[in-house]
Design a protein around this ligand. Structure first.
Ligand SMILES: C=C(O[C@H]1C=C[C@H](C(=O)CCC(=O)O)[C@@H](C(=O)O)[C@@H]1O)C(=O)O
Length: 266
């Protein structure tokens, strides 16, 4: 469907409480496929975010900015005639979900943030990250998606995924390889961790119930989640044991159960 001039790939499953699913960097709506049956009593809306998968990857970096991507989500809910939705974001998708919560609080029922962050606290951190992400974007454009995926999947953040069954690892790799150089490079430049607004000082504005999820072995994002938990007025922090960054991949059953319980809690 077209949202603010961009052709988005959107998948819908089931009926009931609307649950908007936002994948991470290098992900897509396919990220959530193993979980669809677990959430059969929700109205699931899974999108390929801008520059990812089957959604358009425009040339303009500005079009990927958080403000625009959040406006696209509001347009998506309008198109689906959903006034308020539960929004679940993983990693980059969580940064977008939180940005949506700040800019469109009246469109939100509950928020689930898996292994995510509100951006970076200081201008110095943001500047350094922007430079690192620009270098990574240029590497993608110079060496191609396959070389980037080879590098990306070796990050310590994803070390625990090496213990997953080979077919699961292969599915993650196939999903990552499906993107274009322009889509990934411009996603980093437009909505990367260093370029997005920092929400650290505005977390007090998020009044809806927030479920913060992190994986025990993902120390960095567990520290971020604990800090967010201190600042959010209505949040719950769950540290899922014996998993890393991508909880929904490593323990899909536990992940689905925790999320379902939050949404059904009313
Ligand atoms: C490596 C760091 O940051 C990246 C890590 C995770 C985020 C993500 O969406 C990865 C999803 C995946 O590959 O499974 C990504 C993002 O938020 O855009 C970050 O760039 C780090 O150490 O901060």
């Amino acid at each position: 469907m077209e949202l603010n001039g961009i052709r988005y790939h959107v998948e819908q499953y089931g009926e009931g409480e609307p649950l908007l699913l936002l994948h991470g960097f290098t992900g897509s709506a396919d990220t959530w496929r193993p979980l669809l049956r677990s959430w059969g009593d929700f109205r699931l809306i899974a999108v390929d975010l801008i520059g990812h998968g089957r959604t358009e990857a425009p040339k303009s970096v500005e079009r990927y900015q958080m403000k625009q991507a959040a406006a696209d989500l509001a347009a998506l809910l309008d198109a689906l005639r959903i006034e308020k939705a539960n929004v679940l974001g993983y990693s980059m998708g969580g940064r977008l979900a939180l940005s949506f919560a700040i800019w469109y609080p009246h469109r939100l029922r509950r928020l689930v943030l898996e292994s995510s962050s509100p951006g970076l606290k200081t201008e110095a951190e943001r500047r350094a990250r922007q430079e690192a992400d620009e270098a990574l974007a240029q590497m993608i454009e110079r060496n191609g998606v396959r070389a980037f995926v080879d590098y990306w999947e070796q990050l310590p953040l994803f070390a625990t995924q090496k213990k997953l069954p080979k077919p699961v690892q292969d599915a993650i790799r196939r999903e990552r390889l499906r993107h274009t150089e322009r889509g990934l490079a411009n996603s980093l430049r437009g909505m990367g961790t260093g370029v997005q607004p920092s929400w650290w000082d505005r977390l007090g504005e998020v009044k809806v119930p927030v479920l913060l999820l992190c994986g025990e072995y993902d120390e960095k994002f567990c520290r971020i989640a604990a800090d967010m938990h201190e600042r959010l007025p209505n949040s719950e922090l769950v540290c899922v044991q014996k998993v890393g960054h991508a909880i929904h991949v490593e323990q899909p059953g536990i992940f689905a159960k925790i999320v379902s319980e939050l949404i059904k809690r009313g």
